[in-house]
Design a protein around this ligand. Structure first.
Ligand SMILES: [Fe+2]
Ligand SMILES: [Fe+2]
Length: 210
């Protein structure tokens, strides 16, 4: 990127002040902080995590019509759930705003913005970090379950994404909200991957003992 990170951050903050309410801005800043902390812990580039965290909700307050219009203009393949609940498109559209308004051309950062709500099977560690920070930042609550997920997000990224998807799915069911099929695909991929990861660890652990 041609502009320094600090200048870009300031430009994004100025834009957010005009385009999202203060409570949303506070959430965004907490996501930025948690994404940086998780990135540092998991050997992900903290500067990229900070950028994606700061820009993940750029389109959060866009009207449903605008979200649909921008997604269609971009040629995105829409699921019927996207059409019924266009709010879910704020992640994809946020990446469009990051690219077109702020000149972000780093694909992993744009993907992390795109993936922050529904995840994606096989998504990068950077995307996992932003996905988890969005769902688990301190402002989301202080229940035992959330605190366990926060701890897990430091212990194992893959297991944390799996359990966080299950947490979100349970909440969607309880509130009788539409479920996007990608949330299920993400959960299945991370369930299987975290299982095989822990089997690998067990195997390497037992080899070490032998
Ligand atoms: Fe969001
Ligand atoms: Fe968010």
């Amino acid at each position: 990127m041609s502009e320094s990170s600090e200048k870009l951050r300031q430009r994004v903050l100025n834009w957010l002040e005009d385009n999202v309410p203060i409570a949303r801005l506070d959430h965004i800043l907490r996501v930025e902080q948690m994404a940086i902390a998780l990135a540092q812990h998991h050997d992900v580039e903290p500067e990229l995590a900070a950028q994606a965290g700061l820009m993940h909700d750029l389109a959060k307050c866009f009207k449903p019509k605008q979200l649909l219009k921008m997604a269609k203009a971009e040629g995105l393949a829409l699921d019927p759930v996207d059409e019924a609940a266009p709010h879910l498109l704020h992640a994809e559209v946020g990446a469009i705003v990051a690219r077109d308004t702020f000149g972000v051309d780093n694909t992993p950062v744009l993907d992390a913005i795109r993936n922050h709500t529904l995840g994606r099977p096989g998504m990068s560690n950077l995307s996992c970090v932003v996905f988890l920070a969005d769902c688990l930042e301190p402002g989301r609550g202080n229940t035992q379950e959330l605190n366990r997920l926060r701890q897990l997000s430091y212990d194992s990224l893959f297991a944390a994404v799996d359990y966080t998807c299950e947490y979100s799915l349970r909440r969607l069911l309880e509130n009788r909200r539409l479920i996007h099929p990608r949330t299920i695909l993400t959960r299945n991929w991370f369930l299987e991957s975290s299982r095989s990861q822990s089997q690998d660890l067990l195997r390497s652990g037992s080899t070490a003992v032998v």
